[in-house]
Design a protein around this ligand. Structure first.
Ligand code: NA7
Length: 549
């Protein structure tokens, strides 16, 4: 087959969530011929599967939405500060229709394998419908939290009632009325589902392994006046967000919590508790995420709030997070969470004191006996950051698999490419700020960069790009150096793969900040893609160039 024939597309995109849709938009606008594949039967990605009761995003709608189209921003009326998964699905479907993106997606089709053809510099992509697609570039926009991680508990398949993972919620209505419901897991998904189901079922039993910090969401409906206020300054707000550490329009402070008096701190923390959002406490002082003593001032404040809210002191004590600094596992949002435990029809089971022994047809057996259940909800998280990529049989140079290359921990250059896998771009991949910044802004930044790169390569007749192995080593070392200056390594979080047995413990997101990272990526492109190896179509010779553009 001639690699320049019409049989070879410019790119295969995997996924039709936030990242996939934007990749389709940008690449087709730039005149590339593409095909996208989506395993679900509709648009939405993570939100297509996350339909559990209470599911909503934990960033404000103004930030967790596309910024590429001022018209889209102006015409879309968010009903609430934090959109529900249903609202996000409506939004993403609107985006797909408004920009006519759906026709590029083959739904109900899973990408099973992708193999790089070194002779022709193209990817051979095999899908679950048995078809093979050839493309110059392979762009898995598969999301960082898209592969659910069920718990390893003996007897899990024996449960006689209905059981669902929050990340694969069924599309039919689940009836909880009069049911005894168990929830395993108290991360963001667990916290949301617990708040939604308390009082809506006969009895709710929460199985908690690690108590997390839950701060008020202060969710509320949005009025036309509120929307108008943001729209009046939206462009400026987005411009500022692109420069900041978390990709939202709040500058990171420099003051230390330890330089403030206890009264000053209290005032700030009370204000954060009453008026804040997910990142509020981290934004109170500059060293909350880097100094343990500073961090403990926030942790203690939140423990105090738990003590004030939960009437039974023994239950309150179990809910107080200890043993890891605030913010090093993603804090959760919840307006009613702690109060839930004052209800007679809600029971907290602390798995540190009473571990689960096994699942049986009737429910869950801990070392203290049986909890009878009709419905069991696994809110146990994801094989994050790498899970969706390594589940595809990806083979690069010399047939090496991605799973093999990443067996000691994922490695990328700038979170954009991994050496030995030419023409494969990762979107918000390991080594990029991804989930530690505003995801929708991170997605736009990555897809914009990839599109610009593909346009440059097209102009210059370059048909192959790969990450230089040394540049990749240096980048990953930098990622580790940055995290070592923070408290993040003190928690067993999914950021280090700690929730998946056997997964290498390597901190994967880049903590240098969205703005700094964006500039670095732009500088690399402007300097001719330093740290990347480029091969021209005519000569196929490889050179690490710095003077390409
Ligand atoms: P998370 O944040 O990974 O939370 C998973 C929860 O499930 C967490 O409390 C885990 O406890 C718990 N878990 C996992 N395995 C088990 C077993 N075997 N037994 C008991 N408990 C278990 O996933 P979410 O879906 O809530 O949130 C993911 C992200 O989505 C979140 O960070 C936001 O960005 C949005 P652990 O803490 O590991 O002890």
């Amino acid at each position: 087959m001639n690699p320049h024939s019409n049989d070879v597309l410019d790119a295969v995109v995997v996924g039709a969530g936030f990242a996939g849709l934007y990749a389709i938009k940008r690449l087709t606008d730039a005149g590339f011929r593409i095909q996208a594949f989506e395993s679900g039967d509709g648009i939405g990605g993570t939100w297509y599967w996350n339909r559990y009761p209470g599911a909503r995003v934990d960033l404000e709608c103004w930030d967790y939405s596309y910024s590429f189209s001022p018209e889209l921003q102006d015409e879309w009326d968010w009903p609430e500060r934090y959109p529900t998964s249903a609202e996000l699905m409506r939004y993403l479907n609107h985006v797909a229709d408004r920009f006519d993106l759906r026709r590029h997606v083959r739904f109900n089709t899973k990408v099973e394998a992708a193999e790089f053809d070194e002779q022709r510099n193209i990817w051979r992509v095999t899908t679950s419908d048995g078809k093979v697609t050839h493309a110059r570039f392979f762009v898995p926009a598969t999301g960082v939290l898209s592969v659910p991680k069920p718990p390893e508990i003996p007897g899990i398949g024996t449960f006689a009632g209905e059981s669902h993972h929050t990340g694969r919620w069924p599309h039919h209505e689940v009836n909880f009325e009069g049911k005894r419901v168990g929830v395993i897991g108290t991360g963001s998904s667990g916290i949301q589902v617990i708040q939604a189901l308390a009082g809506e079922c006969r009895h709710l039993t929460v199985f908690q392994r690690t108590a997390v910090y839950v701060v008020p969401a202060k969710n509320h409906p949005l009025t036309p006046e509120m929307r108008a206020r943001v729209r009046a300054i939206y462009a400026e707000r987005r411009a500022v967000s692109r420069l900041t550490r978390f990709g939202i329009a709040v500058p990171f402070p420099v003051e230390s919590a330890l330089d403030a008096t206890p009264q000053e701190r209290l005032k700030k923390y009370e204000n954060a508790w009453e008026n804040s959002q997910l990142l509020g406490f981290r934004m109170c002082y500059g060293d909350i995420l880097s100094n343990e003593a500073a961090n403990e001032t926030v942790a203690e404040f939140i423990r105090g709030k738990i003590g004030e809210t939960v009437k039974d002191p023994q239950v309150a004590a179990k809910l107080m997070p200890r043993g890891f600094p605030f913010g090093t596992k993603r804090p959760c949002l919840g307006d009613t969470y702690y109060g839930v435990y004052n209800r007679a029809d809600v029971t907290l089971v602390d798995l540190k004191q009473t571990p689960i022994d096994r699942v049986v047809p009737e429910g869950i057996v801990t070392n203290q006996g049986l909890h009878e259940l009709d419905v069991l909800i696994y809110a146990t998280g994801y094989d994050a950051l790498t899970g969706a990529l390594t589940r595809i049989d990806v083979r690069g140079i010399d047939g090496r698999t991605l799973t093999d290359k990443w067996s000691g921990g994922a490695k990328t250059y700038l979170g954009l490419m991994t050496s030995g896998f030419p023409n494969l771009f990762t979107v918000t991949g390991p080594g990029s700020p991804g989930p530690l910044a505003n995801m929708s802004m991170s997605i736009e930044q990555h897809v914009d960069w990839i599109t610009r790169c593909m346009i440059d390569l097209r102009k210059l007749g370059v048909e192959r790009i790969d990450a230089d192995a040394q540049a990749e080593e240096d980048w990953m070392q930098h990622v580790q150096e940055v995290v070592a200056k923070t408290l993040y390594l003190k928690a067993n979080s999914w950021y280090v793969g700690a929730n998946v047995p056997g997964k290498p413990h390597v901190f994967l997101p880049y903590l240098g900040g969205h703005g700094t990272y964006r500039k670095k990526c732009d500088d690399v492109a402007a300097a001719g893609y330093t740290g990347f190896l480029l091969s021209r179509a005519s000569t196929r010779e490889t050179d690490a160039r710095s003077a390409m553009v």
